[in-house]
Design a protein. Structure first.
Length: 135
């Protein structure tokens, strides 16, 4: 169903719909234990979002890509993509995306042995979620 949604969105030439479908599919694949396929799908989304200037989708694609790399044991790549996701999501101001990027960055940095930086990212995620809850 996810692949069909991507094809339908692509056929409609609505890039935002295509990006939403790609990101949902990538996140579903990651959650279902297929991190490499998820990374490939998220990378496709990034390749659509970045040149089109869709910063919100670019940030989300980087977060899903980072989480997928983390799931496949590519921790350094996960940390790099999570850092990029944190930067972009901070620019856009979308609180849930910011928090998720910080959580993925924290998990990656934890696995790299940088517990202080990991803790800082987790604390930042908590603060963002508290801010979102207060709205």
């Amino acid at each position: 169903a996810g692949r069909r949604a991507v094809l339908l969105a692509r056929a409609s030439q609505a890039q935002d719909a295509e990006l939403m479908a790609l990101l949902c599919l990538a996140d579903t694949l990651r959650g279902a234990g297929h991190p490499r396929l998820a990374a490939s799908t998220a990378s496709t989304a990034l390749g659509v979002a970045r040149p089109a200037g869709y910063r919100l989708f670019e940030g989300d694609a980087l977060t899903v890509l980072a989480a997928s790399y983390l799931g496949s044991g590519q921790v350094a790549l996960a940390a790099d993509h999570a850092k990029q996701a944190v930067e972009i999501n901070s620019e856009t101001g979308r609180l849930p995306s910011q928090a998720r990027a910080h959580l993925v960055a924290g998990a990656a940095l934890d696995q790299l042995g940088d517990s202080a930086a990991a803790s800082a990212h987790r604390n930042q995620a908590r603060a963002i979620l508290a801010e979102a809850a207060a709205l």
